[in-house]
Write a protein that binds this ligand. Sequence first.
Ligand code: ADP
Ligand code: MG
Length: 322
Amino acid sequence: MNEFDLIKRYFQSGGLTPPVADGVELGIGDDCALLYPSVDRLLAVSMDTLVADVHFPAQGDPALIGERALRVNLSDLAACGARPRWFTLALTLPEMDKGWLASFSQGLLRVARQYDIHLVGGDTTKGPLSISVQVHGEVEPKLALRRDRASAGELIYVSGTLGDAAAAVKRFHGEVQTDEESANYFLERYYRPQPRVQEAQALAPLLTAAIDISDGLIADLGHICERSSVGATVNLDRLPLSAPLIRSFDEKDAVQLAAGGGDDYELCMFVPQTAQKQFEDTAASLGMPVSLVGSSSARHQGVKALFRGEPTELDSTGYQHF
Ligand code: ADP
Ligand code: MG
């Protein structure tokens, strides 16, 4: 099987990638995809690369790796309040492993269907296992969520629970023993993060800024503070922790994972006080749990962490590649 057969078999045929999709004049198979962007929308473009044994265990379930590759990219679209449209896939594979490819493409394209985003092209090369996805979404110019629009005196919320994916990574490294139910929960949270795509689009009119939590709350919140020139105070005792996290770690480690651990792909959102009730009501109607974890301030720069009112230092602030 050569490269072209591979693309046809796993990414194009079998009804996995519909030949006709909304806004697609030409998809996989030509030199370029030809797309119809909507009028009066900004194109939101983002790319994330997943390297084996850095971003996922090389021996992991290929279907879950495929899911994760697209889910983490969709999370960036969510963080901008964008509606997913199209994506491209650059695959570097050490060998032509048909079983691996079949599962990987099934996992990837299952998520694509769920979020109504269409694979329109890519690139396939030989080398150490690495997966790059580039997503294209669309957003109304006024509703695009950015990191540089937060102000002092706003409320800081996060969605879902934090620290679960970081707990999975601790388990990969054999640094923690957990009961089986917790272990399965952490793995699910790591491999199948739920990008808050619909929720972010619905909440966008009520937010001034948002970011998805990929590197850890404190680090990612720091990006908003820096870009918006505001300070933030986070009450670590208010961070939303899952029951398995509380069960598996002592309090200090659980809070540390929730504040510093990445990979949860939940949203961190800035809400003006005047929009608080509407924000909470809308989130509830969407079935998305949200927690008020802090506020922004003009009195200092950067992120301050408090635990039961006392200033606290954290062990690490975000994953650094270099
Ligand atoms: P070119 O030589 O013009 O760069 P390629 O031979 O790399 O094109 O790819 C042929 C077609 O298959 C193109 O339409 C490309 O977008 C698509 N393609 C290549 N690899 C992938 C992939 N991993 N997933 C989806 N489409 C792919
Ligand atoms: Mg070409």
